[in-house]
Design a protein around this ligand. Structure first.
Ligand code: NDP
Length: 240
């Protein structure tokens, strides 16, 4: 029977590529999104993948929507916490709301989705959770104390939850993408982006599919011995 997978922020950007990679691997995929109905509708028409709108920063919305997805499609076996936002600015310019929004969605979303799906995975003895971190959570980034803290938190969250799932057949891993050619990166001013690309040893931005292939591996049967790890997919920009 096909695994049931939920990809948050799964209707565009890296999330769309992840949804497609999991579909290709045989899973029944449901893509979550926040508000861009037009993109979500076009995505569903193009791919046949169902899209469901809710805010992953809303705890109860995650619980309710995951229960509805399980009732409609079957128990959720795979969760990819990909939804993420930026509210960049130096500390001096960053408002409390900029801080809080990013923590609430990027890190809070992982907690909320795990609360909704991890217990069922443990009960059934199989599960995969993949959290999308960031190179900027590993290395830090000027003007991103909120984003870097949330993404860095994802890496700690991953290692802690992996320990709870390890004996129960549930793996929890993270992927830390480098700079990937999506709407999020298109928002970076061109001169800044040029400087960023100059620092990538591979000499280019990554493609969303390059992240998606890593996610598909971590969600596969073959990856049962991989847990608590962070896979860096960044063109060699940050090695450690
Ligand atoms: P995009 O901005 O292109 O897409 C973000 C997706 O997340 C959209 O589907 C959006 O929905 C959804 N989303 C945003 N907020 C919420 C929310 N509160 N609840 C539910 N869904 C939400 O992002 P990318 O594809 O570039 O990034 C995907 C992930 O990868 C993020 O976590 C990002 O931090 C991370 N990442 C990206 C890098 C890059 O270079 N692009 C580098 C490193 C990490 P909607 O369409 O409705 O707005």
């Amino acid at each position: 029977m096909a695994r049931i997978a939920v990809v948050t922020g799964g209707s565009r950007g890296i999330g769309e590529a992840i949804s497609l990679a999991l579909q290709k691997a045989g899973a029944t995929v449901v893509a979550n999104y926040a508000g861009n109905d037009e993109k979500a509708r076009a995505f569903t028409e193009r791919t046949g993948i169902a899209a469901r709108k809710w805010d992953v920063g809303d705890h109860q919305a995650c619980i309710d929507n995951c229960a509805a997805i399980a009732a409609e499609f079957g128990p959720i076996d795979i969760v990819v916490n990909n939804a993420g936002i930026t509210r960049d600015g130096t500390l001096a310019r960053m408002s409390y709301d900029d801080w809080h929004d990013v923590m609430r969605v990027n890190l809070g979303g992982c907690f909320n989705m795990a609360k909704a799906c991890f217990p069922g995975m443990v009960e059934r003895g199989w599960g995969r959770i993949v959290n999308i971190g960031s190179i900027n959570g590993q290395a830090g980034q000027y003007g991103q104390v909120n984003y870097a803290a949330a993404k860095s938190g994802i890496h700690g969250f991953t290692k802690a939850l992996a320990q709870e799932g390890a004996k129960k057949g549930v793996t929890v891993n993270a992927i830390a993408p480098g700079y990937i050619d999506t709407d999020m990166v298109a928002a970076v001013p061109a001169p800044v982006l040029e400087k960023i690309v100059a620092k990538i040893p591979v000499g280019r931005l990554g493609q969303a599919e390059e992240i998606a292939r890593g996610v598909a591996f971590l969600c596969s049967e073959n990856a049962g011995f991989v847990t608590g790890s962070t896979m860096s997919i960044n063109g060699g920009q940050h090695m450690y």
